[in-house]
Design a binder for this molecule. Structure first.
Ligand code: ZN
Length: 982
């Protein structure tokens, strides 16, 4: 496409172009359009990137907490007019080379995005997405499956007790048991008495059960209409074709309707208000410091982009790094263990708000937290903000706009999230995406003395629309809620008429028949094996060594940013020493250096870099003959700041003193707190790590770094007082002293072509500045270990379980490995998904194969079952052996393997993984051979490899609660799980 063919005012397939903007910083061009007949809105970002993304989104503003928008998001994906199959979404996951597929319910919109690098796949998925959004069947059974339903505990026995089931019901039961979620929901509940944010858009389990099928249908009609639709496309595919498809498949069939989804302004308070909420916590887990308090201010409307930018800057100045004044005051006060959930500036909903407070607070300290926030803000206004603090916040904003990120979401989706809030509420999307113009105006305003200070005064201190939100633990709350639900169910059961009982039985049967029914998926479009590209994408380093040093440099289009990672070889550590390494990484980068306190270091780091991170890492050779251990420190910066990055790096490595007793105590508390909170959020990952930790030397060490023993260690350390804590840490801190020597160093770097010489000079200078070798040197170790198997349940406060079963299998270089990878996808999509999610009611049932280690894991996520899920795992092999699947299912599993292998990465992610490959000895030839073997895998191979590799011993680890384990005690009697407390 060139700009000429899309001038402003031109018409294409019913759309009129309303705006074109060049976005040089993002190397994109933005085309904004409106569909004349329906009013549908669209933005296209034209880019050279082959990872094309499509999204359609609707403003959805529920007026209750029944989760109607969320349940609709799920149910819309259960079949549409053109693709009337049970689960087109999950079926497409299998028939596609998608790089991302998902659906989201936010507090005021619902979005369906996907991305792929394959053109045919893009239009296949587009057809299915448009059908799901605009023409879903929304059948009653789908509603019962995804939303909520009543069943008898023994499905066909009306004498057994009633239970609630439903995918969203269980998902929200899990989500709403987490204090962080409860806090987030309640901040907006308190701040917005009249708008949709007052309600829980995901759904409150006790409200979800009140939603009717008809209400769901009505909600769809009102909201999923082109007149209420926002389309977004991104990438190198031509816009013309996107418009043609969207018009033909959807828009041509609709007339414009009135939509009422633009939100009014919240009615402003005349005086501050306070609210108190509770969350469930087992008595044994209450250390007396489990409260949370946040102050929260309603600020500018999201469409007021200049004010939003100023508030964003204000928030970064106050909280942006550990030296920022509000963050520092809160954490140094020791009144709490970490900042409260939601601390910061929220600018994605119709009216922005700022929030600050602490969590991990003792009940009697709560008033002091409030007083501290207020007095700190007051002092900042009185004393004024340092110009350097503003400069450093502006620098962080510049880095974030530029960086092409990777990670959880595809980069174009991150771009969409950046401007979607402004766009959907009637603001200017461009200003939120590339705000150079607004930045200019902000710079002007910053010339006025006290400009930012005045924002703190008017938007926060003197603003009457503010709330104090307190969250307190309540022992026995979970049990009480459970008993209340059981009592409700018993009452319902007592009042059931014969017809109603018959109807429940009938529905249960109908739903299970639907779930079991063989269906014809051939209506769905698919990619074939022949559509898969045979080559593997790879990056070649531009320099493999530098004057005999172990340096590997890559060049790429990084949009003005240089990346650096330095690894120092470790050797001869005990497991106890190893378990302290992650904490040492935190302490190294976040404490004072030389004569600079930690605040001043944080200021300098934030002024010139994107931050430093440090910690241990492992590198297992591809043939598993040996592994190496490193302590790695990494950073990134704008090219112009490279010399300053190296100055800071040297300071961090060579001038640490670790004498800030209080600071170290605070950091330990924060890390312990965030790890404790992560147990439920990532329960499946922990379960998986625990299950496989006895399999090899490297899995044992990984567990020390990232597993539950790390959580327990941090919880234990957090109990110590500052001085004894430092005493305990001192021998481990001493490990770092001998570590940072030039002989142990290897360097990875990524920059843009014109910057390489400058980077090389800095690296050589850095080698020269490090001391020469003393102490132990790094030697690779053989990882050999006879696998040890466990059966364990790790118990905490949770209403759902996370169940993992792991098998030690052959690894990457064996002929079984490609087959095991295909097998993991086959098991997931053809067996576990149906058994664990659809029938079992869990949020997810998965299988994963770690080819590098040689581990195959079966997993469940937010699972209401425990013993049953273990039973399903037992049945998996029988299902495989029966061979009740054909070539289409095998091909689908192969497609998914290739899709996951070809997932696009950020420039940094790409170069770093290539670095890892080269160091491990994983060549392009290895990867091509692996790919070929994946493509050639047959049904017979899968059955055979399953028989050979998944019949022996296996480990089981579960993250669950004592109550859930008790409930299944009988079922587990034959093979009990060892109880471990968390
Ligand atoms: Zn959901």
């Amino acid at each position: 496409m060139n700009q000429k063919s899309f001038p402003v005012g031109s018409k294409h397939h019913g759309f009129v172009v309303t705006r074109i903007e060049e976005l040089p910083k993002l190397q994109n061009r933005l085309v904004q359009l409106t569909h004349e007949a329906t009013g549908a809105k669209m933005i296209h970002l034209e880019s050279a990137d082959p990872n094309n993304l499509f999204a359609v989104a609707f403003p959805t503003n529920p007026q209750d907490s029944t989760g109607v928008a969320h349940i609709l998001e799920h149910t819309a994906l259960c079949g549409g007019k053109s693709y009337p199959v049970r689960d087109p979404f999950f079926s497409m996951v299998k028939r596609s080379l998608k790089t991302f597929m998902n659906a989201f319910t936010a507090s005021d919109w619902t979005m369906y995005p996907f991305s792929t690098q394959n053109q045919k796949d893009f239009y296949n998925l587009l057809g299915v997405y448009l059908d799901a959004a605009f023409f879903p069947l929304l059948g009653e059974l789908n509603f019962l499956q995804e939303g909520h339903r009543l069943e008898f505990e023994e499905p066909q026995n009306p004498d057994s007790p009633l239970v609630y089931k439903g995918v969203v019901y269980n998902e929200m039961l899990g989500a709403m048991s987490q204090p962080s979620q409860i806090m987030h929901r309640n901040l907006t509940r308190a701040l917005f008495p009249t708008l949709t944010y007052h309600y829980n858009s995901g759904g409150d389990p006790d409200e979800i059960v009140k939603l009717s099928h008809q209400q769901l249908l009505d909600f769809h009609k009102q909201h999923y209409h082109p007149s209420n639709a926002y389309f977004f496309t991104y990438g190198n595919l031509p816009l013309e074709e996107h418009l043609a498809q969207i018009e033909a498949q959807v828009l041509a069939q609709f007339q414009k309707i009135e939509v009422h989804t633009r939100l009014p302004k919240e009615k402003r308070f005349s005086a501050p208000q306070s609210f108190e909420f509770t969350y469930p916590l087992e008595a044994g887990e209450d250390d007396g410091k489990k409260c949370q308090l946040a102050l929260c201010w309603l600020t500018a409307g999201v469409t007021d982009s200049d004010e939003v930018l100023a508030l964003n800057l204000m928030s970064r100045v106050l909280l942006g790094h550990s030296g920022a004044p509000l963050r520092k005051a809160l954490l140094e006060s020791k009144l709490g263990k970490a900042l409260s959930d939601g601390t910061g500036f929220e600018n994605e909903i119709s009216e922005t708000f700022f929030s600050a407070g602490l969590q991990g607070v003792g009940e009697t300290d709560l008033p002091q937290v409030e007083a501290l926030v207020r007095s700190t803000l007051n002092n900042i206004v009185l004393e004024g903000i340092k110009p350097l603090a503003i400069e450093s916040a502006l620098h962080q904003m510049e880095m974030e706009t530029r960086e092409i990120t990777g990670g959880h979401y595809p980069y174009p989706l991150n771009l969409l999230f950046r401007f979607f809030g402004a766009w959907v509420h009637g603001g200017d999307p461009v200003l939120a995406l590339d705000f150079d113009g607004a930045m200019e105006r902000l710079h002007q305003k910053l010339q006025q003395p006290g400009y930012l200070e005045s924002k703190i005064k008017t938007q926060l201190l003197d603003n009457p629309h503010q709330v104090r939100v307190t969250l307190k633990p309540e022992a026995g709350l979970e049990k009480e809620q459970q008993e209340k639900r059981q009592a409700t169910l018993a009452r319902i059961k007592a009042q059931l008429t014969q017809e109603e009982t018959a109807k429940i039985l009938e529905q249960t049967k109908a739903l299970s028949d639907l779930q079991e029914a063989k269906e014809d998926l051939s209506v769905l479009p698919t990619l074939g094996i022949s559509d898969i590209p045979l080559e593997v994408p790879f990056e070649v380093p531009v320099r493999l060594e530098l004057e005999g040093r172990d340096v590997m440099l890559f060049e790429g289009a990084t949009n003005g940013i240089t990346y650096l990672q330095c690894g120092f070889a470790l050797a001869g550590l005990s497991d106890l020493e190893r378990s302290y390494l992650p904490l040492l990484g935190t302490l190294l980068t976040q404490t004072g250096k030389g004569d600079l306190g930690y605040e001043e270091m944080a200021n300098r780091i934030s002024l010139s870099t994107g931050g430093f991170s440090a910690g241990p890492s492992l590198r297992l050779a591809l043939d598993q003959s040996r592994f190496e251990e490193f302590f790695t420190i990494g950073s990134k910066c704008l090219h112009k700041n490279l010399p300053r990055l190296f100055e800071l790096l040297k300071k961090i490595l060579l001038e640490s003193r670790f004498q800030e007793t209080e600071r170290i105590h605070t950091l330990v508390g924060q890390r312990a707190n965030s790890l404790s909170n992560s147990v439920i959020q990532a329960g499946h990952q922990y379960a998986s790590t625990q299950a496989s930790r006895g399999f090899s030397g490297t899995t044992r060490i990984e567990e020390l770094y990232d597993g539950l023993s790390q959580v327990l260690l941090m919880k234990e350390l957090a109990k110590a007082e500052p001085a004894p804590l430092l005493g305990r840490l001192t021998p481990f801190l001493a490990l770092l002293e001998k570590l940072f020597v030039s002989e142990r160093l290897s360097v990875f770097g990524l920059t843009e072509p014109g910057q390489r010489t400058a980077l090389e000079e800095q690296i050589l200078g850095f080698y020269g500045s490090l001391p020469a070798q003393k102490g132990r040197s790094g030697q690779p170790e053989p990882p050999a270990l006879t696998p040890q198997y466990v059966r364990e349940a790790w118990l905490t406060t949770t209403p759902v379980s996370y169940v993992a079963k792991a098998f030690k299998t052959p690894a990457y270089l064996s002929s079984e490995a490609p087959k095991l990878l295909v097998l993991s996808y086959l098991l997931k999509s053809e067996f576990l998904h149906a058994e664990i999610r659809e029938k079992g009611g869990a949020y997810g049932g998965m299988a994963g194969y770690n080819a590098h280690e040689g581990i195959l894991t079966l997993l469940s996520y937010r699972d209401p079952q425990l013993a049953r899920t273990l039973e399903v795992y037992e049945q998996a092999l029988g299902w495989l052996k029966k061979g009740d699947f054909g070539k289409p299912q095998v091909d689908e599993a192969i497609l998914q393997c290739i899709g996951s292998m070809d997932t696009p990465q950020s420039p940094f992610g790409k170069a770093l993984s290539e670095y890892g490959n080269l160091k491990k000895g994983k060549t392009v030839a290895h990867r091509l051979a692996f790919r070929k073997a994946v493509l050639e895998t047959t049904k017979a191979d899968l059955i055979e490899v399953g028989q050979r590799c998944l019949t022996g011993a296996a480990s089981v680890a579960v993250v669950s609660s004592g109550d859930l384990l008790d409930k299944d005690q009988k079922a587990l009697a034959g093979a009990p799980l060892e109880r471990r407390a968390l």
